[in-house]
Design a protein around this ligand. Structure first.
Ligand code: NAD
Length: 356
């Protein structure tokens, strides 16, 4: 496996995890890093034996050998960075979730990657959870039978200090609330597993923290396959995180995955006896990994794809990242309009990505 030459843009929390994983993955070689904050860039550079920059354009001009740009800046800035990285510098892009906040920008990013023949991967690491792998295989091979319900919920604890830790957090222009920030993962999971959406309805509120966007959103979804879905997204769990759950019910089987991040099977039963006990055991729970098992697997799969291997089917490619964002936007649009939203739709009242 050859090493892929990477440049990082954004040296914050998410990138810290990427940094630690890249340091260990034999597939990765980070040659340069950039952050508006020179201290952060310097600390990352030292840790990775890379060159630090405060201006990512100067970084890419100085390092033509870079193949992949890993972008982990605030969500509302993703398109502003990723589009010129592809258009002007011709680089593949690894992007933290969500792809961006505006559907129009997301479509432009997907179209740009397609037209230029560049790879654009959005990091939705929960797709790499072992229990999710098993459940997806069960879905694809028909063990659930006719699908009835796809439900995702997370009850996490984010206090005021989290929202105050960076000016962009919880703003409509750059982040969104519990749904767009933390819930992006759960929405992506629902959309990825259940498929296309017919309509949604949602209510949202800001209950416990001071932020522009919501700290709780509850929504219902009607999928094109006839199944119904629910999402409960909140950072209002107190006094601590309660976890994140995914439930799937079908006419011949059901599955409940829980743990902190949909990483542990709580219940799984199929009328046809699937899966064999050893397969169930092998997928019961993600292995303990201080760097995050799923994040590591996701980044490794992305690097192999960038290096020329066919994409792992769990990688989130551009069209899926757009579809995932459309579902986030539809839920916000419904909450703002106070009525159901049918697909296809164009957001009119949703403030996500627009600011107030
Ligand atoms: N996959 C996950 O589980 C996960 C977890 C956390 C965050 N994220 C995503 O990662 C992204 C970043 O979130 P975070 O929590 O790391 O934020 P953060 O505020 O900790 O870090 C963002 C960094 O980007 C830098 N930055 C901003 N504009 C820049 C520019 N033009 N050039 C260079 N650097 C710039 C900031 O100085 C900051 O250091 C968000 O899109 C978020 O949704 C994903």
């Amino acid at each position: 496996m050859r090493k892929v030459k990477i440049a990082l843009i954004g040296c914050g929390k998410a990138a810290t995890r990427h940094r630690r994983i890249f340091r260990e993955l034999p597939e990765a070689e980070v040659v340069a890093v950039s952050d508006l904050n020179p201290e952060k860039a310097r600390a990352f550079a030292e840790d990775l034996s890379a060159k630090p920059y405060t201006d990512w354009r100067r970084m890419l001009e100085a390092h033509p050998e870079v193949e992949v740009v890993d972008i982990a800046v605030p969500s509302g800035l993703h398109a502003r960075v990723a589009l010129p990285v592809m258009r002007e510098y011709g680089k593949h892009v690894l992007l933290e979730k969500p792809i961006t906040l505006l559907i129009s920008e997301a479509r432009e990013m997907a179209e740009t990657a397609r037209r230029l023949g560049l790879k654009l991967v959005t990091v939705y690491q929960n797709r790499f959870n072992l229990p999710v792998k098993l459940v997806r295989e069960a879905l694809l091979s028909g063990h659930f039978g006719k699908p009835v319900l796809f439900s995702a919920r997370f009850y996490w604890c984010r206090r005021q200090d989290y929202y105050d830790s960076a000016a962009w957090r919880g703003t409509w222009a750059l982040d969104g609330g519990a749904l767009a920030q933390q819930g992006a993962h759960h929405v992506d999971m629902l959309r990825w597993l259940a498929g296309e959406v017919e309509s949604v309805y949602a209510e949202m509120a800001t209950r416990l923290s001071r932020l522009e966007a919501e700290d709780i959103l509850v929504g219902t979804i009607r999928f094109k396959n006839g199944a119904l879905g629910t999402i409960e997204a909140t950072t209002c769990a107190r006094p601590r995180d309660l976890g994140a759950e995914l439930t799937i019910l079908g006419e011949r089987g059901s599955a409940r995955i829980g743990g902190f991040a949909m990483n542990e099977i709580l219940d799984l039963a199929f009328e046809d006896g699937f899966p064999p006990p050893e397969v169930l055991e092998a997928h019961r729970k993600n292995p303990e990994d201080p760097l995050g098992f799923a994040h590591r697997e996701c980044l490794r799969a992305a690097l192999r794809y960038f290096a020329g291997e066919p994409p792992d089917p769990r990688l989130c490619l551009p069209e899926e990242a757009v579809a995932s964002l459309e579902l986030v936007q539809a839920l916000y649009e419904s909450a703002e309009r106070g009525e159901p939203v049918r697909f296809p739709f164009e957001p009119q009242k949703s403030r996500l990505g627009k600011g107030v």
